[in-house]
Design a binder for this molecule. Structure first.
Ligand code: GUN
Length: 292
């Protein structure tokens, strides 16, 4: 192994400790606990697990959380009523609607309804619009891309002037990650399913963010020697040696890439823990914004 391992678990814990410290100071000063409302629609096991980890993290950091669990067949109108109620509540500082929503619901209308001061996921069109424009600052940055950039910065990777390649253009990771990198003066290429020479394009990258959801798609010989590799993929593959019968791997072939990259995140223990850590940071910020 030649690459430096980027320890997301450790860095996420440091972020969480920092947030917990600030929360304790607030409560000692008689300010309200930063409180997150999570909204889960339906019973997707992955979404239920994410939402439950988010609530648990709030508790561990001395923050408040409420969870709203709605049936999969809830109407648009009922869901919108709930968001409006959460917007009005003085006790709630952050609102997170777990995605994806069931197909009959209009995600865009739901996200644009969230008060931007409570938009801790950073998905409201105003926050994303500000992220996309020069000289504008979003109130919140989407948690996973924020975590990716944080890992790069903590690892001493120079973003300014670098060639960055983002694999994937999803609303949740790829696109906001690309916008963040542009904002930090990287030259950014966004690749997707119709990119022609994927290996050749990735080979130009000083920084690679892989968020394409394809098991170990990025091979070692796609990586520029010394590159920083951030693997957002979480893919389950069968593994008879595990009790669960499976293990998690990324979008990058770690065994190959670690011999070429300068630094690299493992899966698990890389980007994964950062998403919730950054959500906690955003929720604290939301409470601070609403103090005034
Ligand atoms: N689904 C997958 N990732 C996320 C996330 O970061 N936020 C929300 N709200 N839904 C998600």
């Amino acid at each position: 192994m030649t690459a430096q391992l980027i320890d997301g678990k450790l860095i996420a814990q440091q972020v969480r400790d920092g947030v917990a410290g600030e929360v304790a100071k607030r409560t000692a000063a008689g300010k309200p606990k930063p409180t997150l409302a999570t909204v889960l629609v339906g019973d997707r096991p992955d979404s239920a697990a994410y939402v439950s980890s988010k609530g648990k993290a709030c508790m561990e950091l001395g923050m408040g959380s409420i969870s709203e669990h709605l049936p999969a067949d809830i109407s648009q109108d009922e869901l919108e009523k709930l968001i409006k109620k959460l917007n009005r509540s003085k006790k709630i500082h952050g609102i997170l609607v777990q995605l994806p929503l069931p197909g009959h619901l209009n995600e865009e209308r739901v996200l644009q309804l969230i008060n931007i001061e409570k938009d801790v996921d950073g998905f409201s069109p105003i926050n994303i619009g500000r992220l996309a424009q020069k000289g504008r600052e979003p109130l919140f940055v989407p948690c996973t891309p924020y975590g990716c950039i944080y890992l790069l910065e903590q690892s001493g990777v120079k973003i300014e002037g670098s060639n960055a390649v983002v694999l994937g253009r999803s609303n949740i990771v790829g696109m906001p990650a690309a916008l963040l990198l542009i904002g930090k003066n990287a030259t950014v290429t966004v690749c997707h399913s119709r990119t022609r020479d994927l290996p050749g394009t990735v080979r130009q990258a000083d920084i690679l963010i892989a968020a394409i959801g394809k098991t170990e798609m990025v091979r070692g010989d796609w990586i520029k020697p010394g590159a920083a590799v951030i693997d957002v993929g979480i893919n389950a593959v069968p593994d008879a040696t595990k009790k669960s019968g499976q293990r998690l791997v990324g979008d990058v072939n770690f065994a190959e890439a670690k011999e070429v990259a300068g630094c690299i995140t493992p899966v698990p223990g890389g980007v994964g823990p950062m998403t919730i850590a950054m959500l906690m940071k955003n929720t604290l910020r939301a409470a601070e914004l609403q103090d005034q």
